[in-house]
Write a protein that binds this ligand. Structure first.
Ligand code: BES
Ligand code: ZN
Ligand code: ZN
Length: 480
């Protein structure tokens, strides 16, 4: 799908059909062209979202107001409504400033028309491929540049969706690592893939334990991007992703109903690849170091066990009380590795993203990610970027009482809490044990267990992977 902005009236543009977005006020007042036809086909009734008027070749779509998220959702409904028509192009007049309307409209259409058909024998056919947006008196160069940026972000969100949706026997640790390498090569940034032997050499005992029972060997991936014409004082951001290509729960096996969808336990790592790719394509003036902890949590005679005591890279000992709390074990070592390998050069921010806990989904619902960390300023910045980008996020606060719950009688720390409450926060506090003192204020943890993968459509997100939190990360990188 491509979009073009024209500084012109709608009448001068050639397209197969027109689209009009009708806000609540206009709908209430029935203040629309084709009002009589629309009345006849029930468009003004509550619950009706769109109607096509054949006589004027116009699709009408309702929205509450002309605000970014509403525009994206309406654009997505537009694509759904046009699926059965054979229009190749549509045109729409920007009802508000084009700098607000055009990028949101294009993003909503691109994200909203996404389908995952990799494993379908019959692929659906979509005719619609060109969107014209028009408004007189606004700069074509400026708005088309915004559309180009929007295209880069949406394309990478859809790329992440494809990867997260891919089956666990296709998207294995080695395969995801290879995909990261391919993306890096194509876009001209560095990618290093580390194998089991390397993890052993680096004493990453927690990561290795989780990976042990899988026939697919683990991979640690490091991605590095330095802007070509970077100015002085370029900020350096570290992105860390949980990449469990499958989480069966291990010996603390998940019940069948909870195991399905666990191919999506790699969503954090996939989001790191997508966010970096988008940042590089956008040419953002920021240094990025990405780390992916890729492995599979399986069962078998050599599986790690509840009661095992693991030694992480920073020499802390971990009592395993539940092998299904594996993401934090992998991240513990990856956090240590990232901080150690960047010790001499330093960094400004460190964000980890992980489908870490079911508890986060219980706390916030399946559409919202949890934001945790020590720095109120950093958390506030992330929340405001999420708001701007269209991801739902909410803060979950640490407290000293919850911290006691991950104490262990026999090791430095336990891998899960002694209480069933507050699990998203205690998981983040476990990670906190692997964040060095000097980096505490630079670190934010995103628990994306809810929105990364939802088994129904929501807004302009499809059934399955959403690509969260790529847009928030890109927005944050842009803000630096
Ligand atoms: N990958 C899961 C968390 C998850 C749950 C992601 C639902 C997406 C949807 C994680 O590894 C896990 O199993 N966590 C356990 C932790 C518990 C054993 C302390 C959980 O949330 O139940
Ligand atoms: Zn688990
Ligand atoms: Zn997991």
């Amino acid at each position: 799908m491509q979009a073009t902005f024209k500084s012109a009236t709608l009448e001068t543009i050639e397209a197969s059909a027109s689209v009009v977005f009708v806000d609540k006020k206009s709908a209430d007042e029935k203040n629309v062209a084709d009002a009589a036809e629309l009345e006849e086909c029930g468009f003004f009734k509550e619950g009706v979202e769109s109607r096509y008027v054949g006589s004027s070749r116009t699709l009408y779509v309702k929205l509450k107001e002309f605000e970014a998220e509403e525009i994206k959702h309406a654009a997505s409904k537009m694509c759904a409504a046009l699926k059965d028509y054979s229009f190749e192009s549509i045109k729409i007049a920007s009802p508000v400033e084009a700098s607000l309307f055009a990028p949101a409209f294009f993003e909503g259409a691109t994200l909203g028309s996404y389908t995952f058909e990799k494993y379908k024998s019959e692929k659906s056919e979509t005719k619609l491929n060109t969107l014209f947006i028009a408004k007189e008196g606004e700069s074509e160069a400026k708005i088309n540049a915004l559309l180009a940026q929007s295209a880069i972000v949406s394309k990478n969100v859809n790329f992440v969706r494809d990867l997260v949706n891919s089956a666990p026997d296709d998207a294995t640790p080695t395969e995801v690592a290879q995909i990261a390498a391919n993306v890096a090569k194509e876009l001209g940034f560095d990618c290093e893939i580390m194998d089991e032997e390397f993890l052993q050499k680096e004493s990453m005992g927690a990561f290795l334990a989780v990976a042990r029972a899988s026939k697919h060997p683990p991979r640690l991936v490091k991605l590095s991007y330095k802007p070509k014409n970077g100015f002085e004082n370029v900020k350096k951001v570290v992105l860390i992703g949980k990449g469990l290509t499958y989480d069966s729960g291990g010996l603390s096996l998940k019940p069948s109903d909870y195991m399905v969808t666990m191919k999506a336990d790699k969503a954090g790592a996939c989001a790191v690849i997508g966010a970096m790719a988008a940042a590089v394509e956008l040419g953002l003036n920021v240094e990025i170091e990405g780390f992916l902890g890729l492995c599979e949590n399986m069962i078998g005679g050599n599986a790690y066990k509840p009661d095992d005591v693991l030694v992480a890279k920073n020499s802390k000992t971990i009592e395993v009380r539940n092998t299904d709390a594996e993401g934090r074990l992998v991240l513990a070592d990856v956090l240590c590795y990232a901080q150690e390998s960047l010790k001499s050069s330093g960094f400004d921010y460190m964000i980890d993203m992980a489908t870490l806990t079911g508890a986060c989904v219980v706390a916030l619902g399946e559409y919202t990610s949890g934001v945790m960390g020590h720095s109120e300023d950093f958390k506030t910045a992330i929340l405001s970027c999420a708001d701007k980008a269209g991801d739902l996020m909410a803060p979950l606060p640490f407290n000293k009482h919850l911290r006691k719950l991950i104490k262990s009688e026999i090791a430095d720390i336990a891998n899960c809490s002694s209480s069933r409450y507050g699990g998203a926060i205690t998981a983040a506090m476990f990670l906190d044990e692997f964040v060095e003192e000097e980096n505490k204020q630079k670190w934010v943890h995103l628990d994306i267990a809810g929105p990364a993968y939802v088994e129904k459509n929501w807004g302009y997100n499809p059934h399955g992977a959403s690509g969260a939190p790529v847009r928030t990360i890109v927005e944050f990188l842009k803000s630096l």
